[in-house]
Design a protein around this ligand. Sequence first.
Ligand code: G3P
Length: 221
Amino acid sequence: MKLFLDTANLDEIREIRRWGVLGGLTSNPTLIAKEKPSDIETYMKELCAEVDGPVSLETTAERADEIFEQGLKLAQVAPNAVVKVAMTPDGLDAGKRLVEQGIPVNVTLTFSPAQAILAAEIGATYVSPFLGRLDDVGADGMFVLREICQIYEAQGYETLVLAASLRNPMHVVEAAKAGADVATMPFEVFTKLVKHPLTDAGLEKFLADWKKLEAQVKEGV
Ligand code: G3P
């Protein structure tokens, strides 16, 4: 399972890239708006240049023709750009046309196995089920993800399952167990993945013992 960062913040991207685990990036209009870029296209180019992997850039038009036109432009932002379309009839219509142009498409705002079947049928590269947002309304996001993975496996669909809206490390672990191809998560979830109190305590003890040994060697004890 590849790990993607769900952000539009350049410092966060650079930090996770430094760890050697950044497989790609997902952005959305909310995340880009948070960064207040003065020039949106230049900013998107910057995002793509920071990532050695696919970068999802979302369309914001509502009608199929306009989504398609916007998608064509987004695909030109960088060679690693992936065009996000919403799971709506217009999004599917535009997404299918983008796929036919050889453009990688990510169908976002997917909340059910039925919707995920549609994403696969248009030949999308990714389908993005939003787990956390399902949990927020009292549904079981992980159950939906497992169903999607099971259906894709049974049908031999090539669309990759990109588990999104992940809120904690267990979401990531369970997504991996379910067979998701990608897990995208905010920076805070990445930091929670690496952190363990026993690692911190263990390292503190190792370093303290090592310093003690060095001091003893220096004093010739
Ligand atoms: O970018 C798509 C998705 O991951 C959004 O997550 O946390 O806003 O529900 P969230």
